[in-house]
Ligand binder design. Structure first.
Ligand SMILES: NC(=O)c1ccc[n+]([C@@H]2O[C@H](COP(=O)([O-])OP(=O)(O)OC[C@H]3O[C@@H](n4cnc5c(N)ncnc54)[C@H](OP(=O)(O)O)[C@@H]3O)[C@@H](O)[C@H]2O)c1
Length: 331
């Protein structure tokens, strides 16, 4: 079958003919109709995640899918051939830039019925990230103040809507050209990151979702109320993450070093910092699908590319300015 693979770290992604997936007892075989593009795909190809996610090349990339179940394993009970589904397959079982993929049943959910297949494929990774940050870790409550950085991005567009749905007062950072659009999505305050310093505009926040990292993170700590929580998804990773991920002691030590400064800053300010690396979760996807069909969350797809152009589309991620997600559509 057709798939997009890379043969060695830092080598280009290219189309290849790869073997058909095998379907285990607890797996479903999905005919992929559309696949969302994520920075994680590019970062894995670049070798940036080698310590945390040691993949062997050649590897088929792709972390998001929407498609149709065409076969189920002997123990699968919740899905059947013909079901329209969406998923973020778990780490070490990725590969949605392909005609077909075998996915663990527990990573898959029925796709929302009110949106297109391309829109469904844009959601899993970013919506699970938003859910795990705001619901699971942040436990956001009505009336709380939440800052979502990079509101116009893939994670940001969904996180703003989810935070609003949870009843939060939502601030975001974006270019002024995106301000009106983000207010329509639910942002109460939009800070123009090109002309304003968000640290001067905002204070007393309960939670910040930081997808930018670098200097943005210490600045984010300073807009929190005492005891408030900054969740970083761009890094740096923390010892708590390294422990939970079961990484070896040497890697854990290296990771502790990466986040030492920001953890010390958080401690001094009386606030908290946590690193989140999202994970696959079919149950959470079911909750997300329900919110989409209830009209609380709408996907934002800024670009759709033909499958044959997957490699170029991944290369253009972050270079061409779009709102929300880029998705490839299969024939
Ligand atoms: N740890 C995890 O589990 C996890 C999960 C998902 C994503 N991530 C990471 O999170 C990052 C963001 O992902 P994404 O998919 O949301 O990216 P994206 O869609 O490429 O985000 C691009 C957006 O960033 C905005 N932006 C750029 N510089 C900014 C600044 N200084 N202040 C505010 N906004 C700024 C731009 O907004 P304007 O056009 O308005 O300027 C643009 O819309 C990536 O590094 C990704 O790898 C991590």
């Amino acid at each position: 079958m057709r798939a997009f693979v890379f043969d060695a770290y830092r080598k280009p992604l290219h189309e290849a003919d790869v073997p058909e997936p095998t379907v285990g007892d607890h797996d479903v075989l999905v005919q992929v109709a559309a696949a969302g593009l994520n920075h994680l795909d590019a970062k894995i190809r670049e070798g940036e995640f080698r310590l945390i996610l040691p993949y062997e090349a050649p590897l088929t990339l792709g972390h998001d899918l929407a498609g149709t179940v065409i076969e189920v394993g002997g123990s699968v009970r919740s899905l059947k051939p013909g079901d329209a589904v969406f998923a973020r397959p778990r780490d070490h079982r990725i590969g949605t830039f392909a005609e077909r993929i075998s996915v663990a049943e527990s990573d898959v959910a029925l796709a929302p019925t009110s949106i297109s297949t391309v829109e469904a494929a844009s959601l899993p990774l970013v919506a699970l990230t938003a859910w795990q940050a705001l619901v699971e870790r942040g436990n956001v409550q009505p009336g709380q103040k939440v800052l979502i950085h990079a509101g116009a991005g893939g994670v940001g567009t969904i996180a703003i809507q989810l935070a609003k749905h949870l009843g939060a007062h939502v601030a975001t950072t974006a270019s002024s050209s995106n301000a009106e659009f983000l207010r329509e999505l639910g942002a109460d305050v939009v800070v123009d990151h090109r002309t304003q310093d968000f640290e001067e505009e905002l204070s007393g926040y309960d939670l910040v979702l930081d997808s930018l990292g670098g200097e943005n993170l210490p600045k984010s700590l300073r807009v929190l109320r005492p005891g408030g929580l900054a969740i970083g998804i761009q890094g740096p990773p923390t010892p708590a993450f390294a422990k939970a991920a079961g990484l070896n002691p040497v890697v854990r030590l290296a990771i502790a070093g990466l986040s030492r400064k920001v953890r010390a800053q958080a401690k001094r300010l009386g606030v908290r910092y946590e690193f989140l690396f999202m994970r696959a979760d079919g149950d959470q996807l079911r909750e997300i699908a329900a919110l989409v069909d209830a009209g609380a969350i709408r996907p934002v797809v800024g670009a759709t590319h033909p499958f044959a152009e997957t490699a170029a589309a991944l290369d253009s991620l972050g270079k061409t300015r779009i709102r929300g997600k880029a998705v490839v559509s299969l024939p």
